[in-house]
Design a protein around this ligand. Sequence first.
Ligand code: ADP
Ligand code: ZN
Length: 522
Amino acid sequence: PTSNTPSPFAEAYSTLKNTFGYDQFRLQQEQVISSALDGKDALVIMPTGGGKSLCFQIPALVQGGACLVISPLISLMKDQVEALKQNGVSAAFLNSSITAVQQQQVEEDFMAGQIKLLYVSPEKLMTRDFFNVMKASTLNLIAVDEAHCISQWGHDFRPEYTKLKFLKEQFPSTPIMALTATADKATRNDILSQLNITQAKTFLSSFDRPNLSLAVRPAQKRVEAIIDWVKNQPEESGIIYCLSRKSTETLAIKLQKQGIDADFYHAGMDPQVKDKVQERFIRDDLKIVCATIAFGMGIDKSNVRWVIHHNLPKNLESYYQEIGRAGRDGLASKTLLFYSYSDVMQLKQFIETGEQKELLEAKLQRMQQFAEATSCRRKLLLSYFGEQLEKDCGNCDICRNPPAFMDGLKLAQMALSAVARTQQKIGTRMLIDVLRGSGRNDLFQLGYQNIKTYGVGKDHSYVDWQHYIGQFLNLGLLEIAFDQHNALRITELGKKALYSEIEVKISKPESQEERKQRLTPP
Ligand code: ADP
Ligand code: ZN
């Protein structure tokens, strides 16, 4: 090329400014785009909200031909196409949400070279008709969005995605760009091999979001804590993720009763009502949404100031993605996770019935370890995504307030011997009542007031005992017998504790005052 033809990269830069209105590339957008312009395959791993779309949109625009974008999310496709059209880019989508006649028109336009970016669902991509359309077009790039769906190891496996191997076979000279926010190594390797792009360069952008503070609290009295939290920062917009549809509704109603501007959102709602909630939230007409994980996909709202998890997410990918909806404008934002052992049990039960049991359980266990961490949480989180943080972050609850440890051997012995003396037949509630010497009717009927440990733990509150027993479970001194109505059972390690053969180090429970202080936003 002569010196007065602009290099494709200079054009990429002017497209960034003129078409999208941005001054600078973010993260590794620049490197990814230049690799695509060189005709190379790539795997792009960027956190949600990092700006993956521009990585394929810009190469599509600065070259001849068109870019095909494979996406499993129909609603996202529509949003992206609309956003592109608003920026003056010719874009369209093909999926089951439009009529056959409309589809045909789009296909004709595409073959005539009138569309620069065409989004297709994997189902549509797999049809013979569409194969002919592809063959009759000039493709400058094939982008596979949400590429983790290809992997059995991922959390969103889509069987249709495993058929994408034909792309490289049929279009060997068209670069393929796989994009995802999921970075674990097994998933990464799976994407490369399933797409047959094992030579592709991997672009891994940092997952660190230093503007998000991280914190975890025990789940007891969480509604009260949430109300305090909101009342302390009434002007701020936030999302509260709940495990069940029902709890999004009950929580929203409890907040409304306190005069708080909150509503709920879940997949079981009438689509129109749902869209309305989402719209009000985006327009700042609604401050707080209590939602299931269905909320947030593709929501582009930059001033979400906080995200609370009312329940434990099922893995760290989900957690990261959900907290990532806060602070997209880069300003300081807060996240808070409420942790309870009963959530872990419930999530475990969901797994029981599904496939890939072991993998899902291992992921849940990592999530639990994060919740129970006694060292910098951000370090732990980033290391899960393959990134090492050299120093502690200073912006998580552990860094700000390292936990105090205490010797828990005596307490463990009280609890364990009560479990032994009740023949390992009782659950956490009854155990605590025995230890605290409760006058419960059924306790007396069973004669538990006569055992030696009845009442020995009465100097500790019910909530403190919940905290201790949670720790004994985590330490593996006790386990829950799912086949025995969730009764507590003593493990081999627990026996050693009973005989004082091991140390038992546990974190101190928080006092009411401490809890209040921690829940007050800085
Ligand atoms: P992802 O797909 O990675 O979740 P998107 O592609 O939807 O993220 O981008 C998230 C937001 O960031 C969008 O609003 C997008 O317009 C914006 N964005 C992307 N790249 C840049 C950039 N270089 N400068 C400023 N904003 C950007
Ligand atoms: Zn930290």
